[in-house]
Design a protein around this ligand. Sequence first.
Ligand SMILES: [Zn+2]
Length: 464
Amino acid sequence: MPIPSEAASSLWFDHALLPEGWARGVRLSIADGRIASIEAGTERAAHEVDNGVALPGVADLHSHAFQRAMAGLTEGRGPAGAGGERDDFWSWRALMYRFLDRGGPEEIEAITAYAFMEMLEGGFTRIAEFHYLHNDPTGSAYADPAELTGRVVSAAEATGIGLTLLPVFYAHATFGGAAPSHGQRRFINDVDGFARLLEAGRGLISRLPDAVVGVAPHSLRAVTPDELAHMPALAGDGPIHIHVAEQTKEVDDCLVWSGKRPVEWLLENAPVDDRWCLIHATHVTEAEWREVAARRAVVGLCPVTEANLGDGVFPAAAFVEAGGRFGVGTDSNVQIGLSEELRMLEYSQRLTQRGRAIMAEPARSTGRALFDRALAGGAQACGVDDAGLSVGAVADILGLDHSRIAFADRSGDALLDSWIFGGDRNALRSVWRRGRQVVADGRHVARDAVEAGFRKALAKVVAA
Ligand SMILES: [Zn+2]
């Protein structure tokens, strides 16, 4: 069921972040889901509502929506920890695989819709869903092999979020084409089956107004070089996303397999360019990140998940200085919010470099520089060209409530810094997608129904 609200024809804001900078008294007129005109320096008319501080909506460039249901369930010591070994990414992954024993199409759709709704409430107006659950809990294809892809599309439709659908190609357990493990049975495909899934995905998204389809070879562990070579042609004009170098074990295993590090191998063996998004790329050498920057690929940083999983820290400041592009993603969705991702990104840099304002740039504060770069990088990685409040752009708009104490006596970049670092979760009051209000007073317009569906799904997938 699509969201019911009508599109606005005009919105007035006290402040707005426009591509050329901050403006006061901004009226945006909207037609057919796009910004038709922008007037700055206006007075609010008697019939107009003050919508606060306008920011462009940002894309969340990486998510596995179903993992939202696991938030808070993997924070205890597992068998590895109890045995004296450390809990780590790999013990978390074992728990995640067990979680997949349950959960059919209805549960997957309900959990996905809940995650997408929270993304809108958290400032993300588009999601690149790295969708790797394809098969039923026994590992067999559904009668319609694109059943679960269709559920992701339905969740986007129900919440109104912009969708960049990234069906995942996953065929092997580790480097060298190893047979997949039992825990991976819901992900597995071959190249022909994947091509059919992709075609089905392209048909399914045609009912959404501005959806994009790309491809996601899961990782160098999960695809062979021959399989990877098929991906750029299968992507067509769409983006190509891959997990790479998230964990030091992956780097070590890749060195054993090929004599190269994962990012090094990828740059030498795949046509990495501005269509590509390298998710995490945490463990990179300077030669690797300089080459990623030169190829104009986006690095997909997921700071909250990377912290939660103990992955490590990407050298973001040096990368940006070299012209590198990044966006942010919510990945495991343990917590969903744009300001949280940007704050964690900056704090990870501060903690490792023992400095302050690491991501700030000349004439742009830390929050502003993080926001602008995540906006541009997110759009590029999602395969959409317009990002920002400009005439002709899609009317994806965030409205911060500037009456809140967090914003008292603030203007310009300090508004963003106060939102990101002041941590007022209720500051984001309104969100419009294609000019339709999907979040009002901080709540998604369909929250009650979506939350009820999520509770029902949790009862089925979490209960022992
Ligand atoms: Zn991921």
